[in-house]
Design a protein around this ligand. Structure first.
Ligand SMILES: [Zn+2]
Length: 206
């Protein structure tokens, strides 16, 4: 009882102190009321925080899905590059270009898709296949850092440029074990058309 009395007295004193000012500052309110208001505000603020973080999480998920839904976009596998050989391989039912950015350059996924194959072919060429509903992209000769089954966003780094497998210099001499022939052999199959397409057409339309 003595405690309540003291508290009451203290509040009375606070009220009297500020009564001449004509306006009560908020700290003149009884402590219990301040605590209750504080709790309510904390609760309201935490609710707002939870709902905004949930909203941004959903937004992120949606934008990821939208990008994955985009199966049409196609970009070159390098930011800057030169075409070292035009369309070739049609004699054996293939269609590809050789594109180069320099030894060790980052190779990017030309599409939103998934790594469906990663292997070394009979000629010793490291081979990476990325697919979506429209395109099947095959790249050769690089040091690929992604794995089969991995989902890729367009432009994502999939490895670095190398000269592994069967690569040649400008005179047609094999570059295996030599410092030449760095490039990516790029083939694109269009599933809608049911045919290989010229990668230069896709790159030029980006
Ligand atoms: Zn080639």
């Amino acid at each position: 009882m003595a405690h309540i009395d003291t508290e009451h007295y203290a509040n009375q004193a606070a009220l009297e102190d500020y009564s001449s000012g004509g306006c009560l500052p908020f700290f003149a309110l009884p402590p219990l009321a301040v605590v209750v208001v504080g709790l309510i505000m904390a609760l309201v603020l935490s609710r707002i925080n939870i709902s905004t973080s949930l909203a941004s999480e959903i937004e992120e998920q949606n934008s990821f899905e939208i990008e994955i839904e985009d199966h049409k976009s196609f970009i070159a596998p390098y930011d800057e590059f030169t075409i070292t050989q035009g369309v070739h391989g049609s004699s054996y039912g293939h269609l590809a270009i050789d594109i180069a950015a320099g030894k060790g350059s980052e190779i990017r996924s030309p599409i939103n898709g998934m790594v469906t194959k990663k292997y070394t072919d009979v000629y010793g060429n490291p081979t990476l296949v990325i697919e979506n509903e429209i395109y099947r992209v095959m790249m050769l000769h690089g040091k690929y850092s992604v794995s089969k089954g991995e989902k890729l966003i367009i432009g994502q780094v999939v490895g670095t440029e190398s000269n592994l497998g069967y690569t040649t210099d400008m005179q047609g001499r094999p570059c295996q074990g030599r410092n030449c022939g760095y490039h990516t052999h790029l083939n694109v199959f269009d599933k809608i058309l049911g045919a290989n397409v010229n990668p230069l057409d896709l790159i030029n339309h980006q």
